[in-house]
Write a protein that binds this ligand. Structure first.
Ligand code: FHN
Length: 609
């Protein structure tokens, strides 16, 4: 089912050892299924570099996905009539926000019958939109499972009016597989229904059921991605979830399937949790440091179906959102909310089709799929610029007046060797102008959403990959880098997530240790590089003997940056000093430059002397 993934060798996962009385042994993944050996010193949770690994390649290429919010709340279609006759409106939060008593909510769920749910139609709508992956709610905050879980009877199979021979997640998986669309599951940690959830004392019993459900989902439906939610500190009910819980869950999932992609809400929505960040209903103004990212957004204002919410976004604004996310190396996860019968609202399908039309017209999709941050140029006011190899895609949303031009400000030296408007045979003049180039089209914009000017560029010399082996690493079993190092070795990359329980080696404690890396760093381009450290706790960095980063005090996961001028082929000396005081421990070294996408500094470019 999964090709074993080359991974950092780690000690296997501890499994919550509390046995939940409510479950039969059959429903529980047996403790032996996950090693009983607890993780601990010597464990490194960094599995690879999400910016470059094969495991995340599809996520970084696809750029555009469908979110589906579908659950027992959909049965109310956004409206609840209180006993006093007043109407309360919400969507997927309706039970909590309208104070529906648990028994009454269960009673309405028993009438839920999404008989018209048509997985093929849903997948076709996604495909027609140009979406390449789907994330569907398997369990939202109300705790209602949308698959025939064996863990409890609060689910679509056992508590509904739906056909007991159907399994909509299985139907969706089959339709997605046949269409070549990847499938992921949203799963809420926060659970309003499970009585063991709110109290830390009984939380392990809930956690055991949660692990069992997640194992069902991974084993039975083979998702490519898990989209956690409900990780934040809140009440009604109290949410006891901690970063330490997230560490353990993430480790468990990666042992279930090393190929899984997991979002940062598996922990506490930080840059060190999971594989990618999850801005919601917003798009970051620029590429996100330290982590992949995906912006999730509604088509109207509601995630779950709400009859009253007809405030649909225009397809032009949706296309522009997609161009904004992909041109900043992000993904766009756009939501649909099927109604009580399981039908995707027509206004949603219509707008998705219009987005797909734009992507399919004149190869405009090239400006989205597989692109990343423009890098070579500053982000313009008149639209967005994304990059894929020797192409820059200038997606223009403010077309110049006749004879007018569009200016691109160069961030590094590069030549423009070609320019054309996708979908038009008009000429585009490219002239050097001040700090960049002026692009002067000779015709009209081709559409309302965005007209794409494809530039062919020569980004200048990039040296061949180096032959480095990594940096010299000295590990001290004290927080002061003092005395003889306990361990000296070559570290291929500075890419470590020791978290709460791990450390650089089995005989190094999880707290109160320090590390020094020395050697040289060899860039492939002569440019101003942004060096980024992602650290918890202290960190300081020298390049060519000069201090460039100094955050020498205990801190939570934090990204520090330095702009350094590096010369291709030159081995610039580097020294990094790091201390783990207590709690979580993380230390990563990344770089980016106008011509280099963000990544963990690769082994080939690091030398131990
Ligand atoms: O509370 C949820 C909400 O219902 C919805 O699922 C969004 C989508 O990501 N997430 C949470 C709010 O941040």
């Amino acid at each position: 089912m999964h090709t074993p993934h080359a991974r950092t060798i780690r000690r296997a996962t501890a499994f919550p050892l509390v046995v939940a009385a409510a479950l039969t042994a059959a429903a529980l993944p047996s403790a032996s299924a996950a090693s009983t050996e607890a993780t601990g010193p010597g464990t490194d949770y960094a599995v690879d570099d999400p910016f470059t690994s094969d495991r995340t390649s599809w996520f970084r290429q696809d750029r555009f996905g469908m979110f589906i919010h579908f659950g027992a709340y959909s049965n109310l279609e956004g409206e609840y009539t209180r006993p006093d006759g007043t109407v309360c409106r919400n969507a997927e939060w309706i039970q909590r926000e309208c104070n529906i008593p648990k028994e009454e909510y269960e009673k309405q769920a028993a009438t839920f019958n999404p008989a018209d749910f048509d997985a093929e139609a849903v997948v076709n709508a996604a495909k027609d939109a140009g979406m390449r992956y789907i994330v569907v709610t398997s369990k939202h905050h109300d705790g209602y499972a949308m698959w025939p879980t064996k863990v409890n009877s609060w689910n679509l199979r056992d508590h509904s009016a739906f056909d007991k021979n159907r399994d909509i997640l299985a139907e969706l998986k089959q339709a997605a597989d046949e269409a070549g669309i990847k499938l992921g599951f949203y799963y809420s940690i926060w659970d309003w229904h499970d009585p063991d959830f709110p109290d830390r004392a009984t939380f392990p019993a809930y956690e055991e059921r949660m692990y069992a459900q997640l194992k069902e989902l991974v084993d039975n439906y083979d998702p490519e991605l898990l989209w956690f939610d409900g990780e934040w500190d809140t009440d009604r009910p109290h949410n006891p979830w901690t970063a330490r819980d997230g560490e353990r869950l993430e480790e468990y999932l990666r042992d279930l399937n090393p190929e899984l992609i997991v979002n940062n809400r598996v922990g506490k929505r930080r840059v060190t949790d999971g594989d990618y960040g999850t801005p919601e209903q917003e798009i970051p103004d620029e590429p996100v440091d330290g982590q992949l990212w995906e912006s999730c957004m509604t088509l109207n204002n509601s995630w779950g179906y709400a009859r009253h919410d007809q405030n649909w976004k225009s397809s032009a604004s949706l296309v522009r959102n997609l161009l904004s996310t992909s041109s900043r190396s992000g993904n766009y996860l756009l939501n649909v909310g099927p109604d009580a019968r399981g039908r995707v609202p027509a206004p949603s399908v219509e707008r998705l089709g219009e987005m797909g039309d734009w992507l399919r017209t004149a190869g405009q999709g090239e400006a989205v799929y597989g692109v990343a941050y423009g890098g070579l140029v500053e982000q313009p006011e008149w639209g967005t610029v994304s990059r894929k190899g020797d192409k820059l895609y200038a997606a223009v949303t403010q077309w110049p007046e006749e004879g007018g031009s569009l200016h691109v400000t160069a961030r590094t030296g590069f030549d423009v060797t070609g320019a054309r408007v996708l979908g038009s045979d008009q000429e585009v003049a490219v002239t050097e102008a001040g700090d960049g180039y002026d692009l002067t089209p000779t015709g009209a914009a081709t559409n309302e959403a965005a007209t794409v000017i494809e530039l062919t560029v020569d980004p200048g010399p990039t040296a061949a990959p180096g032959e480095g082996s990594g940096l010299k690493q000295e590990v001290f079993d004290n927080p002061t880098l003092s005395g003889a190092p306990k361990l000296t070795r070559t570290d291929p990359t500075v890419n470590h997530s020791w978290k709460y329980t791990g450390s650089p080696a089995a005989d190094i404690p999880a707290d109160s240790f320090s590390v020094r890396w020395t050697g040289s760093i060899e860039p492939r381009r002569t440019e101003t590089y942004t060096l980024s450290t992602l650290s918890d706790d202290n960190v300081r960095v020298w390049i060519d003997g000069e201090p460039v980063i100094d955050n020498w005090s205990p801190h939570e996961s934090h990204i520090d940056e330095a702009q350094v001028n590096l010369t291709a082929g030159t081995r610039h000396s580097i020294k990094i000093e790091y201390v783990e005081q207590t709690g979580e421990a993380h230390m990563k070294l990344l770089w980016s430059s106008p011509g280099q996408e963000q990544q963990i500094v690769p082994r080939q470019q690091l030398h131990p002397n």
